[in-house]
Write a protein that binds this ligand. Structure first.
Ligand code: NAP
Length: 369
């Protein structure tokens, strides 16, 4: 069995623990927690299941001294020093916080560290880290002469129960000027930029040196219940960000997000349109394709609040998908040669059958068996 440590137990971390517990090749070895009140908590009960006898700890050093193959690193903010410490402790790392497609300097630095300690680093998630590059790349294989690739998210952020991420990362609740001039596009863009460059490099686009970045904000016209409390009229309640790779000034690769606190009280009056919350992937080529990914947004039945209250969802499907993408990559990451491995380096990764449907894996199975 592959032994896995979960680093932080927020929404992603708790969903990851569940996915690890249900994965036939993985075993939970422990978890690091930031919150002192979770120190010593049983990780089964922490995710609403039976006790499993494996507990959370705030003691990073003691945790890293444990026998484990891989760490799933998903704290609030990425801390390079901590991450390098985990790699130096001889643990492979999978993370949704970056390293999807590091630039040459970062790659060289992390490649060297990984090789020194015999481990692999892999960045993955949902958006970025999946829907913005891995799935579009797979779809382009069905087209000749690709001229453009677009991946775009349309999400109601009222259901994202991570107030710190929503307030400090995504900059909701302040003024429009604060949001659009706060470096948000730069900070969030570190991942989305990597998605754009990964597609460009894999398909062979000769992009202009600088990506085009646009960031627009809409404000509330009435009080809106949200994960960060009530957003008052005049405060930022929706954002649209685009990161685009251009050739001679013409956009060819686009990663974009439309994050709204609902649609009822926005100025400008932005809407998701009839298709609602979704992810879209559009390939222009011969032939082109248009794909909508649904089911990764919260269903009203997931709401924990009474009707009319904030639509905060404890276990958001998009967060569960992020965790699953990380967890499902672990067997492939552990088997990989030391170094930084992106989607362009790893083999096709897949999920696993549910525990009650699973049978032992046989690599010699052929379709004609
Ligand atoms: N690439 C993707 O597709 C994708 C998708 C979703 C999220 N993410 C990223 O994944 C990360 C986790 O997201 P989430 O939804 O799980 O957020 P969350 O629910 O807010 O959880 C973050 C956890 O980080 C820990 N934490 C809090 N303050 C901290 C601090 N000052 N230093 C270090 N750790 C701290 C806490 O862990 P304990 O509760 O254990 O104390 C907290 O529960 C975020 O950075 C988010 O942007 C990426």
């Amino acid at each position: 069995m592959i032994r896995v440590i979960q680093w932080a137990t927020g929404g992603v971390g708790r969903a990851a623990i569940e996915t690890i517990l249900d994965h036939p090749e993985l075993e939970l070895a422990g978890a690091w927690v930031h919150s002192a009140d979770k120190d010593g908590a049983d990780l089964g009960t922490l995710v609403g299941r039976d006790r499993i006898g494996v507990t959370a700890t705030t003691d990073a050093e003691a945790l890293l001294a444990r026998d484990a193959d891989c760490v799933l690193y998903s704290p609030l903010l990425a801390d390079g020093k901590t991450l390098r410490g985990i790699l130096a402790a001889g643990k492979n790392v999978v993370t949704p916080l970056g390293w999807f497609y590091p630039d040459a300097k970062q790659r060289e630095r992390y490649d060297a560290l990984c090789r020194e300690h015999g481990v692999t680093l892999h960045g993955t998630g949902i958006h970025p880290g999946g829907i913005t590059e891995k799935i579009p790349l797979a779809l382009t294989a069905l087209s000749g002469s690709v001229t453009a690739v677009r991946a775009e998210e349309f999400s109601d952020i009222r259901t994202y129960a991570a107030p710190d991420v929503v307030r400090y990362w995504m900059k909701f609740g302040g003024t429009a000027e604060e949001a659009t001039s706060s470096g948000t596009a730069d900070a969030l863009g570190s991942g989305y930029r990597q998605s754009v460059w990964m597609i460009a490099d894999a398909l062979g686009f000769d992009l202009d040196p600088e990506l085009r970045v646009t960031h627009e904000a809409a404000v509330a016209t009435a009080p809106i219940e949200s994960p960060i409390g009530v957003i008052e009229p005049g405060q930022v309640a929706a954002q649209r960000l685009r990161w685009q790779g251009t050739v001679d000034g013409e956009p060819v690769i686009t990663a974009a997000v439309n994050w709204f606190m609902g649609e009822a009280a926005l100025d400008p009056p932005w809407e998701f349109g009839a298709a609602g919350e979704r992810y879209e992937i559009e390939i222009a080529g011969d032939p082109g394709s248009f794909t909508t990914i649904a089911g990764m947004h919260a269903h009203p039945a997931d709401d924990r609040a009474p009707a009319g209250g904030p639509r905060v969802v404890e276990r958001h499907p998009g967060i569960v998908a992020t965790a699953a993408h990380c967890v499902n990559s672990i067997p492939y990451v552990v088997a990989a040669a030391p170094g930084v491995h992106t989607y362009l380096d790893l083999p096709l990764t897949a999920g696993r059958a549910a525990p009650h449907l699973h049978r032992a894996h046989r690599s010699d199975r052929s379709p004609a068996r």
